[in-house]
Design a protein around this ligand. Sequence first.
Ligand SMILES: Cc1ncc(COP(=O)(O)O)c(C=O)c1O
Length: 408
Amino acid sequence: MTRQNDLLAAAGTTALGAYRPPSLVLERGQGRHVYDLDGTAYLDLSGGVAVTSIGHGHPTLLNAISRQATRLMHASNLFTTEPAVRLAAELRRRTAFPRSFFVNSGTEANETLIKLARRHHFERGDFLRTTIVSSRTGYHGRTLGSLSLTGQARYRIGMEPMAGCVRHVPYNDLDALRAVVGADTAAVVLETIQAEAGIVEAADGYLAGVRRICDEAGALLFLDEVQTGYGRTGRFLSHEWSGAVPDACSVAKGIAGGFPMGAVLAAERLAGGLPPGSHASTFGGNPLACAAALAVLEVFDHEKLVENAESAGRMLRERLDHLVSDAGTPAAVAARGRGLLQGLELADGVDPDAVVAELRARNVLITVVGGRVLRFSPALTITEAELTEGMTTVEKVLGDPPGKPGPR
Ligand SMILES: Cc1ncc(COP(=O)(O)O)c(C=O)c1O
């Protein structure tokens, strides 16, 4: 462990310190497993926080990246490339969105949405529509614009003033939304499942109601699908479950299989919403990222990964429901989410950090959201055997949880 300790110590003296000090150094990954410096394997039930959609080391992705890297890695946005054009066409074919803009992350995609909302109305002469409405409990990223959308106070401490003109309402409350959306609203921006808040799902009919309120007020509806999109919930985009179609959405995380990339997908009526010169991204849509994203879509089709997210998600839910049922363990009180984005809320008195540490000691990696919810967001390629293995370990740990409460 000396090499690991040396690296962790060096990280402690060189990093700015914005992240909690890491306690594990990862060296490589294969499929759904990652390996530390000693070669110890961990089953990653977090999927690198919902990013490694096709697992690690997939040959289709590796070949696409190395082939493109030998040809052209960067073109600048003065030119276009075949991978960028082909990716936009693929996304147009798979979604309700014929237009796209490529960026490098989820937060950058959401920044683009904010600018698109304001500039779209400006271009139509509606200069007063500058306010954005989002949720008090939402999460949209950490750059200043997306942080302004992010309602949770704990992410904003010491960062104020925000970018301004964002109003926050309680999630799943149509009356509260109706009360603030009006002639000054450029757009409403929401998640379909508030993942970072603890896997909180939109209630039945909520998104359709939001769509109606936006239409009545002349406001745009944008959905942040950074965590929920790209197959994760068992549909290519998670709002497909609701029937409500937004005017645009943001995607990122797994879209290039771990290569940094994000995108805004938009309706035809938003074409021209950001006229030439109004927005840009030096690396956004670079041919390497686009080639990686095309390879991910090829693997999605070939291995039927959206379908796998739905069926593996059903199996995951059965195991989670069992944990919270009477026959289960008092350590778990609720299961939520869809497909391969699900959460297990731990009982008061169970220490979530200790559960994560105990799972890691048993070679399973997982993350906590919303304070006390275990988030299951593995690669969409996860097999039944791997899910069984992971859930058996979770069940064992929660059967005798660290920081266990008294009898219920
Ligand atoms: C819903 C949502 N939006 C935006 C972001 C920010 O994405 P990124 O970290 O790629 O900037 C995240 C990241 O977790 C997210 O879950």
